[in-house]
Design a protein around this ligand. Structure first.
Ligand code: S3P
Length: 171
């Protein structure tokens, strides 16, 4: 059974939607970030601060490859997972990839109350969000399906993802 893979920028709803899709479809939920934190025994924030982004990206790749080998799971890949071609290939080889999108202002409003995302802990997070979104857009476009969570509710996004996944598995 294929995985449901959720990619997309920070704050687009991967965790909320991923957990709901998993619950509603009786599938297991894996968060690549949580798997990395469990393995390292520390937070993503500390990994970035103490070991740097390159170290995190290497761990992210390893974790994505092992999560991809699961079947029938919902995989919540981190916002930067699509930046490496090998990650996208691994995730797509055993899964259907959905990219969640949202407008920069919505991402800003959803993420501003949290401080655990090192890439957004800067003086002007909205400008950073816009800059990173623009840079990453071509990578996010590699997904099989796209859902704009600025336009649809969490429930509607889940309905769509489950419907497309079931259609693809039965078709
Ligand atoms: C990142 C997104 C984060 C986390 C790390 C880097 C990114 O995951 O993996 O802070 O590069 O966009 P979420 O998208 O789940 O917040």
């Amino acid at each position: 059974m294929k995985n449901i893979v959720l990619v997309g920028f920070m704050g687009t709803g991967k965790t909320t939607i991923g957990k709901m899709v998993a619950e509603r479809s009786g599938m297991r939920y894996f968060s690549v970030d949580s798997m990395i934190e469990a393995k390292e025994g520390t937070t993503i924030e500390k990994i970035f601060a103490e070991k740097g982004e390159a170290y995190f990206r290497a761990l992210e790749k390893e974790t994505i490859v092992s999560a991809s080998n699961e079947g029938g799971a919902v995989i919540d890949a981190g916002g930067g997972a699509v930046l490496k071609g090998e990650n996208v290939s691994a995730l797509k080889s055993n899964g259907i990839m959905f990219c969640l999108w949202a407008e920069p202002e919505d991402i800003y409003n959803r993420t501003k109350k949290f401080s655990h995302r090192p890439l957004l802990n800067v003086a002007d997070p909205l400008a950073r969000i816009k800059e990173l979104l623009e840079k990453r857009k071509p990578y996010y476009e590699a997904a099989d399906h796209h859902v704009n969570t600025s336009e649809v509710s969490v429930e509607a996004a889940c309905d769509y993802i489950i419907r497309v996944y079931k259609g693809a598995c039965n078709g």
